[in-house]
Design a protein around this ligand. Structure first.
Ligand code: NAD
Ligand code: IPM
Ligand code: MN
Length: 351
């Protein structure tokens, strides 16, 4: 039978706590569905950097290339390590992996599960997907500081947007919208101010739209989008947006759908030349690390996305159904990381 060759990068803070539960769920579904998972753990993150001065070596990067997929926890701030330069671990591990493996689609589904508690008084039926660009924008790392530390300092970050990158992103989003019941795609940008990348996005969006007559399209500026995400999130079906807007919008999306601890993400190399990587939307959450307070559902739902990506659709659905059932029964209870994980493992075993 099939063997899934999985790389696991637990990372820092609550990363290892939530990944441990996701791995239990993966094992449960694999044994139920009759496939096996070969797991290799990679100890990357703050602790590894403190010990070795290394973030992600070429050698490890090469090893990671040989896996079917990567399950990633979170990296960054960790209560054990206050001496790390801000963002170093995130840029040199997480962003490096996204760039090296050409994860140009950052896929972030957002759904209000029945039972999950939204902070909105009237959330409506929330079920949309954000297709966030993953390898361009201000994340490309172009820019610099002139006369740093002086009163004449000039700091720049240059957002890089290529016709190639924007077109493959927008094509993916149209395909996704076309495959869904509502067939609606919203472009979110800031074309009134960011005119150069705005025109590039708009022109390609309009051109590709002509190939998808069944998909209805609209546009909103990022600032207004944050209004609608609060007042009427049910208006969205598929959203396509750039790397930075997508980052911000999906934290808000997590919040309105019952908490960031439920929000999953796929870093997809849609050409399948390199392994895709699945992770929670959230970070290492140093404020709650080590306290059994982290919700592992984001990591568990990321595992379902991972299984769907490698062709185990039925297993993905079993996990999602277990999460849904768990939330319906327990969403409002105070539970530890381990309680939630065990409950979902049991639901998968009895599916
Ligand atoms: P965060 O997502 O780690 O935490 C934001 C808030 O959400 C915190 O109050 C936290 O307690 C809460 N939270 C996060 N995950 C939760 C969960 N599973 N269950 C319950 N509550 C949860 O964002 P931050 O505080 O801005 O960043 C902390 C560190 O993580 C930073 O170093 C940042 O760069 C890094 N980060 C990493 C990733 C990643 O590895 N993918 C993503 C985002 C942030
Ligand atoms: C995310 C994170 C990362 C991002 C950071 C940690 C580099 O916030 O995955 O959403 O900005 O993409
Ligand atoms: Mn983020």
């Amino acid at each position: 039978s099939r063997t899934l060759n999985l790389a696991i990068i637990p990372g820092d803070g609550i990363g290892p706590e939530v990944v441990a539960e996701a791995v239990k769920v993966l094992d449960a579904v694999a044994s139920r569905q009759g496939f096996s998972i070969q797991k290799k753990h990679y100890a990357l993150g703050a602790e590894h950097w403190l010990e070795t001065g290394e973030t992600l070596s070429d050698e490890v990067l090469n090893q990671l290339k040989d896996h079917d997929a990567i399950l990633f926890g979170a990296v960054g701030a960790d209560p054990r390590s206050s001496t790390i330069p801000s963002g170093l671990i995130e840029r040199e591990i997480l962003l490096k992996l996204r760039f090296a493996f050409d994860h140009f689609i950052n896929l972030r589904p957002s759904r209000l599960f029945p039972g999950a508690v939204s902070p909105l008084s009237n959330p409506g039926d929330i079920d949309f997907v954000v297709v966030r660009e993953g390898t361009e924008g201000p994340y490309a790392g172009n820019g610099g500081a002139l006369r740093q530390g002086t009163e004449a300092e000039i700091a720049t970050e240059v957002s890089v947007n290529t016709a190639y990158g924007v077109e493959r992103l927008i094509r993916y989003a149209f395909e996704l919208a076309n495959s869904r019941a509502r067939k609606k795609l919203t472009l979110i940008h800031k074309t009134n101010v960011l005119t150069n990348s705005g025109q590039l996005y708009t022109r390609i969006f309009d051109r590709v739209a002509a190939e998808y007559p069944e998909v209805s399209t609209d546009y909103c500026h990022i600032d207004a989008a944050t209004i609608y995400l609060t007042t009427e999130p049910s208006r969205f079906d598929v959203i396509v947006t750039d790397n930075l807007f997508g980052d911000i919008l999906t934290d808000q999306a997590g919040a309105v759908t019952g908490g960031i601890g439920l929000a999953a993400c796929g870093n997809i190399n849609a050409s399948r030349q390199f392994p895709s990587m699945f992770e929670p939307v959230h970070g290492s959450a140093p404020d709650i690390a080590g306290q059994e307070k982290a919700n592992p559902i984001a990591s568990i739902l990321a595992s379902a996305m991972l299984l769907r990506h490698v062709g185990e659709e039925e297993s993905a659905q079993i996990i999602e159904a277990a999460v849904e059932k768990d939330l319906k029964e327990n969403a409002t209870h105070e539970r530890t990381t381990g309680d939630i994980g065990s409950s979902i493992v049991t639901l998968v075993e009895n599916a």
